[in-house]
Ligand binder design. Structure first.
Ligand code: THG
Length: 261
């Protein structure tokens, strides 16, 4: 699993406060700890509360990349803020994200070409998140076609079938698993798949248990990448065990320790 650390997000109070006070220490600490825990990339999201979205994104990318040598997953729905994030990022980046709406794709796909980076495509259109797996696939197919038209290989597209809180819509997790499986037959090469895992447990009790369990289910259905909290050791260990059991990584007697090394 390609692990994208979720913690540098203004949705969290510690990050919001650090942005407001322009205090790099808490951000850099989160970057270091997530990478040490196994993050392959770091999500960078200024959150809803920032007054100066442009300045906040520029600052957040700058202070993170001072200590992080992994790709930064620039997380904003605003194409202008995205450009600032990509221009500030000196290493590799991932665009998070476009939707399947024409105007969004026309704004974001050229950025993926220009900056030569992978892009996450949410299965959302003007009507919002589709009701079932087939609806998600219609949008995923539009994302794949639009990427090809822009000269972007489908293997540089991460389809995000959009997981929502299970306490609000209990049928969604199963629809999303079905969508993850169907993505692999959309094109050759197929797109990759990603989820913002923690959405599934927002507002619920026993969040960690739901997150860990659903991650295992999604991996068993072929999920390639996930935006997760890598500081949850048991979540990371469950992912490692799943990949062993799916024959995606090599078994050894001390597999958790070995995989982490
Ligand atoms: N897909 C893509 N990108 C995404 C998402 C997605 N980026 C954002 C989000 N969803 C993934 N990241 C998070 C980060 C935090 C939480 C959920 C998803 C979260 N935060 C606490 C909450 O809302 O209860 C914040 C409160 C706190 O603990 O301080 O759950 O789906 N492509």
């Amino acid at each position: 699993m390609f692990v994208i650390g979720e913690r540098i997000n203004g949705m969290f109070n510690d990050v919001k406060k650090a942005i407001q006070e322009q205090n790099p220490a808490p951000i850099q600490e989160l970057a270091r700890r997530q990478i040490a825990a196994g993050a392959n990339a770091l999500d960078i999201n200024v959150g809803p509360a920032s007054k100066d979205k442009f300045g906040a994104m520029q600052w957040l990318v700058q202070v993170t990349q001072e200590v992080a040598d992994v790709p930064l997953c620039i997380d904003t729905p605003n194409a202008e803020v995205m450009r600032v994030g990509l221009e500030t990022c000196e290493g590799s980046a991932i665009i998070n994200s476009t939707t399947g709406e024409d105007e969004r794709m026309e704004a974001f796909l050229p950025l993926a070409s220009e900056f030569n980076c992978p892009i996450i495509g949410l299965t959302i259109d003007a009507d919002g998140v589709p009701r079932d797996a087939d609806g998600r696939m219609e949008i995923a197919l539009r994302l794949v076609s639009a990427c090809m038209e822009h000269g972007i290989s489908p293997s540089d597209l991460y389809v995000d079938a959009v997981i929502l809180p299970v306490n609000a819509l209990q049928e969604v997790p199963e629809d999303v698993l079905l969508a993850i499986r169907m993505c692999k037959s959309l094109s050759d090469p197929p797109p990759q798949t990603v989820l913002g895992l923690s959405n599934v447990s927002q507002g619920t009790e026993y969040r960690e248990l739901l997150n860990r369990t659903y991650l295992v289910m999604a991996l068993a259905n072929g999920l390639d990448a996930a935006i997760v909290d890598p500081l949850d050791d048991e979540l990371m260990e469950a992912a490692i065990a799943t990949e062993i059991l799916m024959n995606r990584s090599v078994y050894c007697d001390d597999f958790v320790k070995a995989y982490r090394r």
